[in-house]
Design a protein around this ligand. Structure first.
Ligand SMILES: C[S@@+](CC[C@H](N)C(=O)[O-])C[C@H]1O[C@@H](n2cnc3c(N)ncnc32)[C@H](O)[C@@H]1O
Ligand code: SF4
Length: 443
């Protein structure tokens, strides 16, 4: 029996050969330069197309090698100095060494490649906003050992925590909180009692959620509460045995969109880029164009980010989401916004749902699944024969797979948009509009 060696993952892996010269002729979607030496592909993190670099192989495999960049001998005209001083070590961003237009071009080419079987003839539309200061939510790792505190993000291709002093993709208010928080934690025994913390900014201002790994005394909690009061920050505490921090209704978070207010628990999913989310929801309403005769399904609906705007326009909307607490939040959000045409259902969309969706007379479906996509639910969608499907995706590979399935079952891709929800990173968000083919032919 043939056995496969486990890949060597450590970034600190020893070099496996001499420093060599490479001509870079491609770029992966994870921002690795692609070179070919004696016919074998080598990936070099940090190298850009058109460059000549010196690099040293640290991982070798049957199909490709990976090399560490040592020196850029001939730089690309699109190479820029990264704005963030932590870029070389931090795993949060991959593209800060490439000028913004070329970052977008690289993402565009990659997305086009992924969607070549379903949308080869279509021009990609683009939805963009500012390249920095966009993250309204972040999880920060904290590690304290023998009096030494590390606070920051995981490293590039490693699980090590990299000490971060300032993160430029966070919104400016969150950067200020992060800085004050780092100073305070460095002086506090709380650091040894938390595994991580979460920063959040929305219409209510900034908040910090501490995920405790041990119990803390009342005086320590009070000390942090007064720190938070001074800064106008809301604090949440999650014990290690709690799935979610207990939060009273009046302490729920809120964000505004399309003239609506969305309440949510600080650990519920929300889109991290507020400006892009506004543009994305607005584009979804424009593309799907729900009107007074439409019955719309919003699958993987969260707390109603799309369901509520849909309910302002359509005859009826049903939002489906696996997390019951978010379904409850969706229902309350509908009431608070006086929207009576929307209902919510808790269901796992990896299986058919118990409600008879065919009987509802659904005309349009919006779906926004997690990275795994929605393959298991596609037959249920096809059965209800919606005229249009609007697919919002955070993973172009599963989107391509699912779109190919829908196309084989009688849908045609009409429009695709790359939404740059996470500038500087390798992540790509996509919106795709599909139309039932018989409708296109006017049958
Ligand atoms: C990418 S988020 C989108 C949420 C929402 N559309 C929004 O814009 O805020 C995906 C959502 O799918 C939900 N989800 C994950 N797996 C699911 C499943 N198997 N069935 C139903 N919902 C699921 C998650 O809880 C999450 O709220
Ligand atoms: S995630 Fe923040 S700290 Fe890390 S490289 Fe990006 S901007 Fe810098």
């Amino acid at each position: 029996m043939r056995t496969r060696k486990a890949p060597r993952r450590s970034p600190k892996a020893q070099p496996l050969g001499p420093v060599q010269r490479y001509q870079i002729d491609g770029l992966t979607h994870e921002a690795k330069g692609v070179a070919r030496l004696s016919g074998k592909v080598t990936f070099i993190d940090g190298a850009l197309p058109g460059e000549v670099v010196e690099a040293q192989v640290f991982k070798t495999g049957r199909r490709f090698d990976e090399a560490r960049l040592i020196h850029v001998s001939e730089a690309s005209p699109h190479r820029v100095v990264p704005e963030c001083v932590h870029f070389a070590q931090c795993g949060g961003c991959s593209f800060q060494h490439l000028a913004a237009p070329q970052q977008l071009e690289a993402k565009q080419q990659w997305l086009q490649g992924q969607l070549r079987n379903v949308a080869a003839d279509l021009d990609l539309e683009m939805l963009t906003d500012q390249p920095l200061y966009y993250r309204r939510r972040a999880r920060i790792s904290v590690h304290s050992q023998k009096g030494k505190l590390l606070i920051g993000f995981r490293g590039k291709a490693s699980k090590d925590i990299i000490q971060i002093d300032q993160c430029l993709v966070l919104t400016k208010p969150l950067q200020a909180i992060y800085s004050a928080l780092s100073d305070k934690l460095a002086q506090s025994s709380l650091a040894s009692k938390i595994g991580h913390l979460e920063l959040l900014e929305d219409s209510q201002g900034c908040s910090v959620l501490f995920r405790l790994t041990a119990s803390i005394t009342d005086p320590l909690r009070n000390e942090w509460q007064s720190w938070a009061n001074d800064l106008g920050v809301m604090l949440y505490w999650q014990q290690s045995n709690e799935a979610k921090a207990p939060v009273a209704d009046e302490s729920l978070r809120r964000y505004e969109l399309d003239g609506l207010t969305f309440h949510y628990h600080p650990q519920d999913f929300i889109q991290v880029n507020e400006a892009l989310n506004r543009k994305m929801v607005s584009q979804a309403m424009e593309w799907l164009a729900p009107h007074e005769n439409d019955v719309v399904l919003d699958l993987f609906c969260g707390v109603g980010n799309f369901s509520l705007p849909l309910a302002k326009r359509a005859k009826q909307v049903l939002g489906i989401e696996v997390q019951e607490t978010m379904v409850e939040a969706g229902k309350k959000n509908a009431q608070r916004n006086q929207l009576d045409k929307v209902t919510f259902l808790a269901a796992d969309l990896t299986r058919p749902v118990s409600t008879d969706l065919v009987k509802m007379g659904v005309t349009k479906v919006l779906l926004d699944p997690p990275r795994a996509g929605a393959l298991e639910f596609l037959d249920s969608i096809i059965k209800i024969k919606p005229e249009q499907i609007l697919y919002v995706s955070c993973n172009a590979s599963t989107l391509a797979r699912d779109a190919e399935y829908l196309v084989a079952k009688g849908y045609q891709v009409l429009r695709v948009s790359l939404m740059d929800m996470f500038p500087q990173t390798s992540h790509v968000e996509t919106m795709m509009l599909l139309q039932k083919r018989s409708k296109l032919k006017g049958k």
